[in-house]
Design a protein around this ligand. Structure first.
Ligand code: UDP
Length: 329
């Protein structure tokens, strides 16, 4: 039986990856410091003997006893609101955390896949974005703490590959949605669905003409699974190329939820990318992968999840990690 370590296991993507690898017959070791992750996302796994969990911050030295065949590094805050609240932790988990996990992978002779992001392209001047584009990033803007940590992560991962001969994989993840997204993480989809469910107006930032391309989580997980098992070490974009403006997206959520609320416009956050669409030719060729779930279908499944959440979660807008800010970063 293969054994895999998944960091960020209690998060949105991490928890879906835990489910997938358990289903594929792996022993899964989950790790999370639970700052933005939530144990409820993986509670159903604790009864399984194939699953173990470590409550640990990977920015500090990581030790896992026993054999490890694979590591998936998915620990990181991943929304602009989080970066503003915990910028230093965001920088540390992408840089120091990645370094610790690369070291662990080397000591265990494990293959490691790191979660990078479309944010390495910044506010892109090339459209759609392919993997050869170097990006357009503001290092000292509000998103810089995430973007630069992820760019450092890629550099460090490539260095371990070339210098130590480590087996590495790099996925650049574009906007992904689905059940278990945090309702209050500030992202467009949970924000809009949460507002619709609470009977509030939907807040579109700017004039809503900025675009994104949203991928359903099951499609993304399939791509990550294939990439891990492939023999390809250069970065691979994974996302759904179906591009939409944020205003159209908000209108879709209004139709989906049947809310009578309207759209209100708020200031566009600084450095908010104007357009984003993955060029997935590389993933198609190397992984024979492309997304299968349409936005209509994916949004329906996601809405089901949010609709069934306990009511108090809908109204609890505080962040579990508000206390972290005061502590040493
Ligand atoms: N957005 C919005 N209203 C919200 C939350 C987000 O209009 O309540 C916009 C945001 O400014 C961005 C887009 O939706 O242009 C996607 O935002 P998200 O945070 O989901 O992802 P990212 O900007 O990281 O791609």
């Amino acid at each position: 039986m293969k054994r895999i370590l998944i960091t960020g296991a209690a998060g949105f993507l991490g928890s879906h990856l835990c489910d997938r690898f358990i289903r594929e017959g792996y022993k899964v070791v989950g790790m999370d410091n639970l700052i933005t992750g939530d144990l409820k996302n993986i509670e159903h796994l604790f009864k399984l003997k194939e699953f173990e969990f470590y409550h640990h911050d990977v920015s500090k030295f990581v030790h896992v006893p026993g054999q490890l065949d694979y590591i998936l590094h998915f620990a990181s805050p991943a929304s602009p609101i989080d970066y503003l609240k915990i910028p230093i932790q965001t920088l540390k988990v992408g840089s120091l955390g990645t370094h610790n996990l690369l070291g662990l992978a080397k000591s265990k002779s494990a293959r490691i896949l790191v979660a990078s992001t479309s944010e390495v392209y910044g506010d892109p001047l090339v459209h759609p974005q392919n993997e050869d584009y170097w990006g357009h990033v503001n290092p000292i803007g509000p998103r810089g703490v995430y973007d630069e940590a992820k760019r450092f992560q890629e550099a460090m991962t490539m260095a371990y590959h070339t210098f130590h001969g480590l087996e590495t994989r790099v996925v650049r993840i574009f906007n992904t949605y689905g059940p278990r997204m945090r309702l209050n993480d500030g992202r467009a989809l949970p924000a809009f669905i949460g507002q619709a469910l609470r009977g509030e107006d939907l807040t579109v930032f700017g004039d809503g003409s900025q675009t994104r391309s949203f991928c359903y989580v099951d499609d993304l997980v399939e791509g990550i699974y294939r990439l891990l098992l492939s023999d390809y070490h250069l970065p691979v974009n994974l996302g759904n190329p179906d591009e939409i403006t944020i205003l159209e997206f908000a209108e879709e959520i209004i139709r989906l939820t049947g809310t009578n609320q309207k759209i209100v416009f708020k200031d566009l956050p600084k450095d908010d990318p104007k357009q984003r669409q993955p060029d997935i030719s590389r993933a198609k060729k190397i992984l024979e992968w492309e997304p299968k779930v349409s936005r209509t279908e994916g949004l329906k499944l996601t809405y089901e999840y949010f609709k069934n959440l306990p009511k108090d979660e809908l109204y609890n807008s505080s962040h579990r990690f508000d206390h972290v800010k005061a502590t040493s970063a």
